[in-house]
Design a protein around this ligand. Structure first.
Ligand code: ATP
Ligand code: NCN
Length: 199
């Protein structure tokens, strides 16, 4: 039997994807010797029901555009094609079935990691993947309250970028060049995203 593949999974709303996401994925891929990183845009995130979220097809296509030039980056539609709200337990069950020859590494920023013990079926999550928490400006990265051996922490170059900031800048007609990949700037302009809806 050959060696098991090592696959990173980066889940996110990606509304829109920005260089903070891409640097985090690239750094974890290098540190953990990953063969591939799969970006998984959420369908309808159950935990962001308080705000307008751009339709999944736009978020998916921006993620494809942003990752297209990296041969190790791919994008999965599992979350956007599953009906109902998106939970990581379903993402990991689907990917574990699809990639039964691989070990999965789920990548999260420090802010998401701090919430993880509140996620649905958290005990099963630890069995399906190893978790990798990455530094994010303005958020403390800590293993407090997390089970031993299930989570690793790594420092990545600080990118003080959020999707919220990109949406707000677009709405305010400020440039978003260099915060997101060029193709994503053009996609936002072409489809008139973030001109006034939601935050
Ligand atoms: N600048 C960043 N540095 C490191 N990790 C990040 C960064 N931005 C987002 N992440 C991580 O990427 C994942 C997906 O994040 P998400 O798509 O919600 O982006 P966001 O910028 O936090 O969005 P929003 O501002 O809309 O909440 C999460 O695990 C998050 O912690
Ligand atoms: O499964 C859950 O209960 C859960 C709750 C909050 C967030 N998540 C996942 O965390 C990832 C980042 O979410 P977000 O809100 O930072 O875009 C994304 O893959 C979500 O599906 C998952």
């Amino acid at each position: 039997m050959g060696e098991r593949r090592r696959i990173g999974v980066m889940g996110g709303t990606f509304d829109p994807i920005h260089h903070g996401h891409l640097v985090a994925a690239s750094e974890v891929a290098a540190s953990f010797d990953l063969d591939e990183v799969i970006f998984v845009p959420t369908g309808r995130p159950g935990f962001k029901q308080d705000r307008y979220v751009t339709p999944a097809e736009h978020r998916y296509l921006m993620t494809v555009i942003a990752t297209a030039s990296n041969p190790r980056f791919t994008v999965s539609r599992v979350d956007i094609e599953r009906p109902g709200l998106t939970y990581t337990i379903d993402t990991l069950r689907d990917l574990a079935a699809q990639f039964s020859d691989a070990d999965l590494f789920f990548i999260t920023g420090a802010d998401a990691l701090r919430q993880i013990t509140t996620w649905r079926n958290v005990d099963e999550l630890w069995r399906l993947a190893h978790f990798v928490g990455v530094t994010r400006p303005g958020h403390e990265l800590s293993l407090d309250g997390l089970p031993e051996g299930k989570v690793s922490l790594i420092a990545v170059p600080a990118m003080a970028i959020s999707s919220t900031q990109v949406r707000q800048r677009s709405k305010d007609l400020l440039p978003v060049w260099y915060l997101v990949p060029d193709g994503v700037v053009q996609y936002i302009g072409k489809h008139g995203l973030y001109r006034g809806n939601g935050d």
